[in-house]
Each structure stands twice: as C-alpha cells, then as structure tokens.
Design a binder for this molecule. Structure first.
Ligand SMILES: [Fe+2]
Length: 189
C-alpha cells in the first residue's frame, strides 16, 4: 500500500487533473500531516489519506466519494485506508475515528483559510490572523460555498478549540508553502 509521499502524489495525478482540486488535496494533506505530528500519529499515513481523499472527485463529482474504493483498491490500498477516505462523506453513519474527524474538519477549513489569505493585499498566510478568519466566517458573502456550520462542528467533533484549530492550520499551511515539497503547484500567490 503506497504511503510514500512521491508515490501517493503520482497516484493522485493519475486520477485528478483539475488544478483547483489538486491544490485542495495538497492543502488537506499539509494539515493532516501537521495534526498527525501533533497527535503522535503516522504522518505519512495521515498525509496519504489527506492527499487521496478526493481521488474520485474529478471523474465522479456527483457520486463522490463512492468511487474511491475501486480506484484505491486498484492501487493496493487496504480496507482501513479506503474506509478512512470514504468516511468524509457527509452522511457517514459510523462514529468517526480521530483521523476521520480530523479529515472532515480540514476538508472545508483549509480552503477557507487560503481564501482568506488570497484576499489580503500581500496574499500571504504568514500575517493572517485568527480574528480575520473568524470575521470572514461571519461575512456571508465571502466564500459562500463553504458551510460555516461544517467549520465549527469539525472543531467541536475533534474536541479542539476553534481559535486554536484555525491558528494551527494557518501556521501549518504557511510553513508548508515555503517548503520545496509544495512548489510544484503554489497554494497561494
Ligand atoms: Fe475534499
């Protein structure tokens, strides 16, 4: 089962061509890796789940994530990995594990934070403050597609403070965008 970062990236590239979607997957990966490190979990495994969580979205946008299983099985991923990916379906019936709760919590938040950075004059994550993100969450006209309830409930489910969650993810994204690993498709700029 490939969890080597380079291999996982190649798997994703085989199934996703949309640049917007690739950037979303990268952002979720970054934050998953950061939380895995914080929680003392397997960073490569959590990162691989983050990177591949939308692997079927390009080809099956209306039946996502229900085609992840066939794609991931063909690449040798095991039942647990596939379940972890499938678990971010909004109507997932089983209780979520910590990894699964984290994935769900990051799915919308990463993009929202990047959107907040992109409307800044400097388009920079470094100076983005939590209070600015919270303010944008109250602005209904901003990033309308992002369900605010999902942002707050994600943190609640993870049992983390929303402010700390936003700060942690913002810092993780800000650090990663400077890393050589994330220069192929710049997330901001
Ligand atoms: Fe996603």
């Amino acid at each position: 089962m490939p969890t080597n970062r380079q291999v996982v990236w190649q798997v994703l590239r085989q199934h996703v061509t949309s640049e917007v979607l690739l950037k979303h997957c990268l952002a979720v990966e970054i934050a998953m890796r950061a939380y895995a490190a914080k929680f003392g979990e397997d960073v490569d495994y959590w990162g691989a789940v983050g990177l591949l969580h939308d692997v079927d979205f390009d080809k099956f946008p209306h039946d996502h994530p229900h085609h992840a299983r066939e794609i991931l099985t063909a690449h040798g991923y095991d039942e647990q990995f596939i379940t972890d990916v499938e678990s971010h379906a909004r109507d997932w019936a089983s209780p979520r594990t910590r990894l699964q709760k984290t994935l769900l919590a990051l799915d919308e938040l990463t993009g929202f934070i990047i959107a907040c950075a992109l409307v800044r004059p400097d388009k920079n994550l470094d100076n983005l403050e939590v209070k600015s993100v919270l303010k944008k969450m109250k602005d209904k006209g901003f990033a309308r597609a992002v369900n605010r309830e999902t942002l707050t409930s994600g943190a609640t489910e993870m049992e983390v403070d929303l402010n700390e969650h936003i700060e942690f993810v913002t810092k993780a994204l800000a650090a990663a965008v400077k890393s050589p690993m994330y220069q192929e498709l710049p997330l901001v700029g």
